[in-house]
Design a protein around this ligand. Structure first.
Ligand code: FMN
Length: 243
């Protein structure tokens, strides 16, 4: 079973969640019975920023700050696909999600230190990562935000994926016509807005392609499991796909 984790990076149930739901539905439909989806919203959750204590390096990756980080970290580690859907905040990702991602990377150095004789390295976890970003305005940070998430995917040893041309070049994106209401995209879909239709098609194709790529990676990993079984960088990936 491929676990598809949708992370909604908005502190409200709004436009990001709307697009994420579409992406998750498409992921589910891509391979019924082989994919399970979960939507996790940061709404109401607490993620304190990293305090740079580096304690997680000494204690198997355990972060000394106790909040909602631990729960989401475990979901992230178990997932074969992570789909982020975020509102653009000042040309980037919201602070809550950034706090989670900072702590995630450093805590995983600690968690996997044993694999690398104590060296600070990250495994090739080969999760498929897809990104959706929408904002109130046009040309106002959607691509920058998606690029930040792609860069994060790369440093985490993951595989970024996008949807189909022409709706999704590096991820799916939308704008809400200068409106800041939480249901603008849903309303615009009803009104037949072309931009919103594009965003929905982008979100759907990204969900579908993400699930498909995870199936391809799983099949390739299983077929080559013996070849890579001695390589520490592939251990978390192999453990995950072998269940
Ligand atoms: C703190 C803050 C910063 C924002 N910065 C931007 C921005 O840089 N570019 C943009 O297009 N919209 C910006 N917005 C608007 C939101 O991205 C927009 O309202 C979005 O639809 C909210 O998504 P949600 O409904 O999922 O919360 C900002 C909103 C807030 C609250």
């Amino acid at each position: 079973m491929i676990k598809v984790l949708g992370i909604c990076g908005s502190p409200r149930k709004g436009n990001s969640q709307y697009l994420l739901e579409k992406a998750l539905e498409a992921a589910q439909k891509a391979a019924p019975g082989e994919v399970e989806t979960e939507l996790y919203s940061i709404r109401g959750k607490k993620f304190a920023p990293c305090i740079s204590c580096f304690k997680c390096g000494d204690q198997q990756g355990e972060c000394i700050l106790k909040d909602d980080f631990q729960e989401l970290r475990e979901k992230w580690v178990e997932a074969g696909v992570v789909i982020y859907s975020v509102p653009v905040y000042h040309m980037g990702i919201p602070a809550q999600l950034k706090a989670f991602l900072d702590r995630l990377g450093n805590s995983l150095f600690g968690r996997y230190a044993e694999l690398f004789d104590g060296e600070a390295k990250l495994p090739r976890s080969l999760k498929v990562i897809a990104s959706i970003a929408q904002g109130a305005h046009l040309f106002s940070g959607q691509e920058h935000t998606i690029t930040d998430l792609i860069n994060h995917a790369l440093i985490m040893g993951c595989v970024p994926v996008t949807g189909d041309m022409w709706e999704a070049y590096i991820g799916a994106g939308a704008w809400t016509y200068n409106e800041v209401g939480r249901n603008v995209l849903a309303e615009n879909e009803e009104n037949g807005s072309l931009d919103t239709r594009v965003a929905l098609r982008g979100a759907e194709s990204i969900g579908r392609r993400a699930a498909e790529l995870a199936l391809i990676l799983k099949a390739g990993g299983l077929a080559n499991a013996n070849r890579f079984s001695g390589e520490p960088v592939y251990q978390p990936f192999l453990r995950r796909i072998q269940g």
